[in-house]
Design a protein around this ligand. Structure first.
Ligand code: DQA
Length: 153
C-alpha cells in the first residue's frame, strides 16, 4: 500500500536512438533535443503534483528491467525501434499490473510498412502517435485523468 500523502509516480521511457533528437532526421522527429523535451515533460508533471522518473535507453534488457521494477503507478513508453521487434518488452508489459500508454513522435502508420506493425499496441491502454512532443504531453494528461479516477493501490 502506498501512503496517502505520497505522490503518484509516472515512469517515462524513451527507447533507442531518442538520445539523438534534434540531430536525427529533424524533418521527422523535430528540432528539439531530448533535454528540451524532458524539461517540458517534467514541468507538466510537476504542475500536476505528480512525481516522474524519465529514462532513455538503447538497451532492450535495461528497458525490461525498468518496466518490471514497478516502482511507479503509470508508464508512458516510446519503445522506438523496439516497437516493431521486441517480444521481450511486450512480455514485460504483460507481466506488470500497471497502466501504460505507447507514444510516438511520428505517425508510424504514415511511414514504411515495417513501422505499421507494433508488438506493443494491443497490450497497453492506448497509443498516441504522430503529434510530436504533444504525443507525450497528451499521454501525461491521460495519465492524470486515469490516476485521478482510479482508487489508490
Ligand atoms: C518512433 C517511431 C519508430 O518507428 C522509430 O524506430 C523511432 C521513433 C517515434 O517516436 O516516432 O525510433 O518511435
Amino acid at each position: 500500500m502506498k501512503p496517502k500523502n505520497k505522490k503518484n509516480k509516472i515512469l517515462i521511457i524513451h527507447g533507442p536512438n531518442l538520445h539523438l533528437l534534434g540531430v536525427r532526421e529533424p524533418h521527422i522527429y523535430g528540432k528539439f533535443t531530448l533535454c528540451d523535451l524532458n524539461k517540458e515533460l517534467k514541468e507538466k508533471v510537476k504542475k500536476n503534483n505528480l512525481a516522474v522518473k524519465i529514462i532513455q535507453s538503447n538497451s532492450e534488457g535495461e528497458i525490461v528491467e525498468e518496466i518490471t521494477n514497478t516502482n511507479y503507478e503509470f508508464l508512458i513508453i516510446n519503445p522506438a525501434a523496439y516497437t516493431h521487434t521486441s517480444v521481450a518488452i511486450r512480455d514485460a508489459l504483460l507481466g506488470i499490473k500497471r497502466p501504460a500508454i505507447e507514444v510516438h513522435l511520428s505517425n508510424i502508420y504514415k511511414r514504411e510498412e515495417f513501422r505499421k506493425k507494433s508488438l506493443i499496441s494491443d497490450v497497453v491502454l492506448g497509443v498516441i502517435t504522430g503529434l510530436g512532443k504533444h504525443s507525450y504531453l497528451l499521454a501525461i494528461e491521460a495519465a492524470i485523468c486515469f490516476l485521478n479516477s482510479t482508487p489508490r493501490r
